[in-house]
Ligand binder design. Structure first.
Ligand code: ATP
Ligand code: MG
Length: 243
């Protein structure tokens, strides 16, 4: 019998409660290498909570997580990073009052002589940012002076630079112009080309439809649809989303 390749990430029967709110209710989800998943669903469906569990911000109350077949416990965001999971958050992808370089190396600051930030090394962040086609002028620019697309691009550049296996984007395009959205969609395609998987959370099926391989729809903490694009006409998906 042919062996199936191991999933990159597998979440099995994951639950999360906030007090009485059952935010994630028995979710099982697999992500394959280089796969782009559009994660959709209404406000409060549990999308952000689910990915915060993967990102090490929340512990699941029940359930298991496997990375490349190995059972893991993800106790912190830096443990998630070490496992190859990078997350770009809905609330805050970057810290506005810090420079591009500081944001890029956040939590992974290179140091010299044990205590000093290695500024020269940190300026290397400009290389992946230019590769992504972002025209950010200096690593010392404060993030608050960047456009929404440039902020998302910086976070995505960071994921590529640190060789993530999975990048999670939580509503990356909500605050963006049409051009900014296109930039992010192009970046997502770029991640796929280098075999990095993406979970792309959005309310806008319209945007994610062109780039996704698969769609997962959540409602009230549960997955109500998990379907490959070649089996999911846009019209049918729209109907499921409208309910
Ligand atoms: N930190 C928290 N404390 C308490 N309840 C929370 C917390 N975060 C989320 N919830 C609740 O958990 C449920 C799921 O929320 P979650 O943020 O995961 O939804 P979502 O699908 O990301 O929604 P949206 O599309 O609005 O971002 C909601 O009922 C929400 O009110
Ligand atoms: Mg959310």
């Amino acid at each position: 019998m042919k062996e199936l390749p191991l999933a990159l990430v597998e979440m099995r029967n994951v639950h999360k409660w906030y007090g009485k709110v059952h935010a994630v209710d028995g979710v099982s989800l697999t992500v394959k290498e280089g796969e782009i998943i559009g994660l959709l669903g209404d406000n409060g469906a549990g999308k952000s909570t689910l990915i915060k569990i993967l990102a090490g911000y929340h512990r699941p109350d029940e359930g298991e997580i496997f990375i490349e077949g190995e059972k893991v416990r993800i106790n912190s965001p830096s443990e998630a990073n070490a496992l190859g999971i990078e997350t770009v958050y809905q609330e805050q992808a970057l810290v506005d009052v810090m420079s591009v370089a500081r944001n890029f190396y956040m939590g992974r600051e290179p140091v010299k002589r044990a205590v000093f930030l290695d500024k020269e090394k940190m300026n290397e962040c400009m290389i992946p940012l230019r590769t992504l086609g972002l025209s950010i002028k200096s690593p010392d620019l404060l993030v608050k002076s960047l456009s929404g697309g440039e902020k998302q691009g910086t976070a995505i550049g960071r994921a590529m630079y640190f060789k993530a296996k999975l990048v999670v984007l939580d509503e990356p395009t909500r605050a963006l112009s049409v051009k900014g959205v296109q930039t992010v969609l192009d970046l997502v395609k770029g991640l796929k080309e280098v075999n990095i998987a993406v979970i792309y959370i959005t309310h806008s099926l319209h945007y994610v439809y062109s780039v996704a391989d698969r769609f997962v729809i959540m409602d009230k903490g549960k997955i109500v649809k998990d379907i490959r694009k070649d089996e999911a006409p846009l019209k049918e998906l729209t109907e499921v989303l409208i309910g």
